[in-house]
Design a protein around this ligand. Structure first.
Ligand code: PEP
Ligand code: MG
Length: 558
């Protein structure tokens, strides 16, 4: 067997034979057209119109997010800038096929150069161009294969038109070589709960008929799997299916030790889904959404409205709100517009708020007002705290505004190492494993070239978490986890074994974590955590925990 790595979407696992997406049409030649420019213009107009209408029809059939995407694509096809670009080429005597190909390609380059979200829209443009050229040639547009049996679809990147109408009875999983976590393949895979690994460069080597296991939780595609691996994947898939339909009981270990399962939310609108999936409250509400698209801070009234909406969705429940975490991956010009060589090590999180204390004070005012207007149990915490002094500063300030439970995020190794001192003063700690891993391994979490270091299973990260867990126990203070690590079911058990008292995650991860916790007692969790801590690296920690979990469970491990 061999492993191909990419970015997994969700936690699912699936297996089956590969079917590759058909290859793109060959590039048209730029030989002069034998038709007049007017005749070519009429051909393009007809083809573009037909493709736009077909995309709209597919959208109407698919509904939901897919419809929005396909309608946007249809508009793209008829974009006036593109029409002008095509017309210029037709006036120069080119064929319709070439003019469409060349004009779309130059627009694509512009989008790609912009990077980020717009860069990822470039694939959508390619798809529209291919459809128009196929129409002009009178051949079928390249698309999803139909081998006649269920298959793992492998493609460069899927166009929205392809994903929208995927036959979910036939497509077992998606693997793309291009595309990141915000590509349409990823967005639609999430919406339709399709097992997917995107950005798996090595998948170019996969051939039709190869059997693979697609493990989204690990972000790995296993080629030539052994019978044993296939069986394990099968068991995991079955256990996920039963976890999804299990009752929404409060999070607990097999011996009844409660481990509240909370939701990570970025907008108050996410509350209903979180409640429906059994979230017992909110472990991390990221307030950045209110600020990121704004050129200045939202007013106290605007903030109060949003926080009230959030808190009102969780009557009697704990809701942990994080004050603004700007900087590095979440830049905010009005807080800090200085150029920084290393923004992850710069004026960010609580440091930036302290430098613009009025913004922090307004946020605390709005939170206190929302708290007074609702019945939720509001906790407030500061991001990126690096020193004991910062934690005292924030805790005092929050208490001045009437916040009853004030705590800090532990995301920097220095604060993990001094958690005993921090928790002697603050009311709680919440460990942000994403940043804690980034800073412990000195690997920028946004940089693909060092992505392999961004693994919270690393025993150095686990040791720091243990420090915080121990400090929480000594002072009798809660220690939550709100980084992505909490959504990995086995790692969740390890985290509890290290002293975490609650786990917060994307609501879609709750069912798997709930089911896995129920397989182990607190003693089991401690033994499993000890096994992981003994390892020298992330992969061996995971293996050691897996082996320990198989031996220390109340019910058979999945
Ligand atoms: C973290 O760093 O783990 C965390 C939860 O915060 P964010 O991902 O928003 O930086
Ligand atoms: Mg963070």
């Amino acid at each position: 067997m061999a492993e191909i790595r990419g970015v997994g979407i969700g936690l699912g696992v699936a297996q089956g034979p590969v079917a590759r997406m058909s290859e793109p049409l060959p590039a048209p030649s730029d030989a002069p057209s034998t038709l007049s420019a007017d005749e070519e213009t009429a051909r393009v107009k007809e083809a573009v119109g037909a493709v736009a209408r077909e995309l709209e029809a597919r959208g109407a059939q698919a509904g939901g997010a897919a419809q929005d995407v396909l309608e946007a694509q249809a508009m793209m096809a008829e974009d006036p800038t593109l029409e002008d670009e095509i017309a210029t080429r037709l006036a120069a005597g080119k064929t319709s096929e070439f003019a469409v190909f060349d004009a779309f390609a130059s627009f694509r380059d512009t989008l790609t150069a912009m990077g980020g979200y717009l860069g990822e829209r470039a694939a959508d443009l390619d798809d529209v161009a291919q459809r128009v050229i196929a129409h002009l040639r009178g051949v079928p547009a390249p698309g999803v294969p139909d081998p006649g049996y269920p298959f793992v679809l492998v493609a460069k990147d899927l166009a929205p038109a392809d994903t929208a109408l995927l036959d979910l009875d036939k497509v077992l999983a998606l693997v793309t070589t291009d595309g990141g976590p915000t590509s349409h393949t990823a967005i639609l895979a999430r919406e339709k709960a399709i097992v997917a690994v995107v950005g798996a460069l090595g998948a170019t080597t996969l051939a039709d008929g190869d059997t693979v296991i697609v493990d989204a939780a690990a972000g790995v595609v296993t080629t030539d799997p052994t019978a044993d691996e296939l069986e394990r994947a099968q068991t995991r898939a079955a256990s996920r299916a039963s976890a999804a339909s299990a009752p929404l009981t409060p999070g607990a270990l097999a011996d009844g030790t409660p481990v509240p399962l909370l939701a990570n939310l970025g907008k108050p609108e996410g509350a209903a889904e979180a409640v429906a999936l059994g979230a017992e409250g909110v472990g991390l509400f990221r307030t950045e959404f209110l600020f990121l698209s704004a050129s200045q801070a939202p007013t106290v009234e605007q903030q109060r409205e949003s926080y009230t909406q959030l808190l009102a969705a969780f009557p009697g429940k704990k809701v942990v709100v994080r004050v603004l975490d700007a900087g590095a991956d979440k830049p905010l010009a009005f807080l800090n517009d200085a150029h920084e060589e290393n923004p992850a090590l710069g004026l960010r999180g609580i440091r930036a708020l302290r430098a613009s204390e009025d913004i922090l004070r307004e946020q605390l005012t709005a939170l206190a007002q929302a708290d007074a207007a609702t019945d939720a149990d509001l906790w407030v915490m500061a991001p990126m705290v690096a020193t004991v002094e910062e934690s005292v500063y924030f805790t005092d300030l929050a208490r001045d505004y009437g916040v009853k439970t004030a705590g800090v995020m532990i995301e920097v190794p220095s604060s993990a190492l001094l958690a005993d001192r921090i928790l002697s003063y603050s009311d709680f700690a919440s460990i942000g494993t994403n940043d804690l891993t980034q800073y412990t391994l000195a690997a920028d979490r946004l940089l693909g070239s060092v992505a392999a270091f961004q693994d919270p299973w690393h025993p150095a990260v686990l040791r720091l978490i243990r420090e915080v867990g121990d400090a929480g126990r000594i002072h009798g203070k809660p220690v939550g986890i709100c980084g992505e690590a909490a959504a990995d079911p086995l790692l969740a058990v390890v985290l509890v074994g290290l002293g975490a008292t609650s786990l917060s995650m994307a609501p879609t991860a709750l069912a798997d974590v709930r089911a896995t916790l129920l397989q182990h007692s607190i003693d089991d969790a401690r033994v499993i955590a000890a096994a992981a801590l003994e390892a020298s690296g992330a992969a061996s920690a995971r293996d050691a925990a897996r082996a320990a979990a198989a031996e220390n469970s109340t019910t058979p491990a999945a």
